[in-house]
Design a protein around this ligand. Structure first.
Ligand SMILES: N[C@@H](CCC(=O)N[C@@H](CS)C(=O)NCC(=O)O)C(=O)O
Length: 345
């Protein structure tokens, strides 16, 4: 079966599992499904509690059983998908031991009381007051420091480990939540996180700065669906695709529709169009994202020509009114059945 990870973006414990899923490039269709607990009625619903009586996330449902602990889920995913890199297992015994230790300290002493940063009321683990739990949390963050590699850049040295995936989401959480509870003290990341944890956090977070540079450079503007969207008015072809007006359809698949031109210029005159226009009002707006679709249109033409035993045929794309384009939805004319002239008019 395809394992199902019940989790939500805000869950720092689940985030280590999602980091593994994303870093390994697992398919979110065939390798693993990620669903919110609300699909089963929420963390405290009867249906969810039947799978995880602790009513917490993450939870991984597999053919081997239900796994309710993020550390075990993470290790199960590393094992199950060991053929895909990165392994999150450093090559030295020392680094692997340090990674295990950091994960263990995190889960034993930080996860168990992290509720003091966001839960409405005590208890927070073994603490009945928020102030005591927060003080303990800060002390425990300090203890992590002792086991972090001197040189880095990762927590256990030169290689990525499970400790990085485990602790990164929690530090994001701490940076966001802890300053709210400082009670007059000003937030000083170096005091709270310590030098080594902070150095690592800045380094691993650089990716965020890289993303900010992409945003500033308007990287998405030319990328289909991310920033580039088809906002032009629909055309008559949309109505043909939706069968709102009749046409003589010759062929159709998931991507392409082929139908007879109502003003034929040759005994065979077909129009090959993409079913999703995706900004292709004219060929000139084609981007690398359209490459596959454009290839499909040509292959469709070749296939039809073969099926109809066309001895010779001509493909025409008119781009712009000067070229006699009349419908602003990319279309390829397939003309055949008569002797063509050259140059074309
Ligand atoms: N030891 C568990 C802890 C899980 C945990 O604390 N999950 C939090 C979200 S990160 C949760 O579900 N909180 C909701 C609740 O306690 O009601 C693990 O690591 O998986």
């Amino acid at each position: 079966m395809t394992p199902i990870l019940y989790d939500m973006p805000v869950s720092n414990n689940g985030a280590r599992c999602r980091i593994i899923v994303y870093k390994k490039g697992l398919s979110l269709d065939s390798d693993i499904l990620i669903k919110p607990p609300s699909d089963l009625g929420g963390l405290k619903s009867e249906q969810y509690l039947a799978l995880n009586p602790q009513g917490k996330m993450p939870l991984l449902v597999t053919e081997h059983g239900n796994i309710p602990e993020s550390d075990t889920i993470a290790r199960y995913l590393l094992d199950r998908f060991s053929a895909k890199s990165p392994s999150f297992l450093p090559s030295t015994l020392e680094a692997r031991m340090k990674s295990d230790l950091l994960c263990r300290l995190h889960d034993m002493y930080i996860t168990t009381i992290q509720g003091c940063m966001y839960k409405a009321e005590p208890p927070f683990g073994r603490f009945s007051s928020r102030a005591a739990a927060l003080a303990e949390l800060r002390e425990q963050i300090g203890y992590l420091q002792e086991h972090i590699d001197e040189e880095g850049p990762y927590l256990t040295g030169k290689e990525l480990s499970l400790a990085d995936a485990t602790i990164f989401p929690t530090v994001i959480f701490i940076e966001h939540m802890l300053p709210k509870f400082l009670d007059g003290e000003t937030w000083d990341a170096e005091v709270v996180l310590g030098k080594k944890l902070l150095r690592w956090y800045h380094w691993i977070k650089e990716i965020k700065e890289g993303l900010a540079v992409w945003e500033a450079n308007e990287r998405w503007k030319s990328i289909l669906h991310a920033g580039l969207r088809d906002q032009d008015a629909p055309t008559i072809f949309d109505r043909i695709i939706q069968r709102q007006i009749p046409s003589e359809i010759v062929m159709e698949d998931e991507h392409v529709l082929v139908f007879k031109d109502i003003h034929p210029q040759a005994p065979v005159h077909l129009l090959i169009i993409p079913k999703r226009r995706d900004g292709l009002t004219q060929l000139r707006y084609a981007t690398a994202d359209h490459q596959e679709l454009l290839g499909k249109m040509f292959l469709t033409a070749a296939r039809i020509a073969k099926e109809q035993n066309l001895r010779g045929y001509r493909l025409v794309i008119n781009d712009g009114s000067e070229a006699q384009q009349s419908v602003f939805h990319l279309h390829m004319h397939l003309l055949a059945g008569r002797q063509m002239r050259w140059p074309p008019g």
